[in-house]
Design a protein around this ligand. Sequence first.
Ligand code: DGY
Length: 332
Amino acid sequence: MKGEGLIDLRILVSVGEHNFPRDVAESLSDLAEVIYHQPGEEGYREALGDADALVAGMERVDERFLARAPRLRIVARFGVGYDNVDVEACTRRGVYVTYTPDVLSGAVADLTWGLILTLSRHLVRADRFVRERWALRRERLPFGIDLEGKTLGIIGLGRIGSEVARRAQGFGVKVIYNDVVRRPELEEAYGAEYVSLKELLQRVDIVSIHVPLPPSTERLIGEGELRMMKPSALLINTSRGKVIDQKALVKALKEGWIAGAALDVYEEEPIPLDDPLLRLENVVLTPHIGSATRETRRRMALVCAQNVRAVLEGRRPPNVVPEQIGKPIIPP
Ligand code: DGY
């Protein structure tokens, strides 16, 4: 897919055509050849060695990886989380790191509310019940809970967390939150109350996590935190799996320290088929699909394409990660 008589640049796309459609790739064809290979696939390593730009999924981008990509000028992360990218190593090598903030916040917030509803009204069990046992008239499903009047604790009131808070207004759910910074404008707009993490965990009916994964949030929710929650509380995680100590969570769900959990993300992805979480009834599990809507994934592809274009044309890309803002990115 290369324009005629143009410079010899290559873009490696590792997130597949379903995420980065051919027509978006085509829009870059005046500039570079676009090559699709997923990590682990034959051809990926070789293509990386020739790539000037990478549209990256969740592969680990560190010193070793960069050493195999001597021409690389940009890692355009297809997503808002970039915990898989060693930004310092990229900066040292003069490689831009960009991400796709904002365009996916609504989709992740929608999934979060979908999970809250699914868990609070036992929708997965209800579906299975209808298919397998309702007509037998021998048992009934447990009642769910009303959302109106309940308290939701949002950990991380950033772009996604604030969309979750906005939707809470429609459900008549009170929002309290904890973050490293206070958000007075959101406190005013949504009546969100700022509290310590401990108070949040102790007070709420539902906890929803929306933090990124720098080292400081790894295992933010462990045994001690889970034990602070009410036995009736529900825990939702659509951020990163490693924010929760998954072993402790299994214990909490088995022993009834909390009532249930809905997870879109896991310590290891895909979660192994023999993981004890998969055998629990009081969990709802989805396969990291927070941003997986047609409209959102397309917007993410377009943002990646804009960033790649900027760098390959010798400009600073619009969506550099915060760590690179104001820093000169100078290729060796
Ligand atoms: C994100 O945006 O980081 C999502 O988790 C997809 O990788």
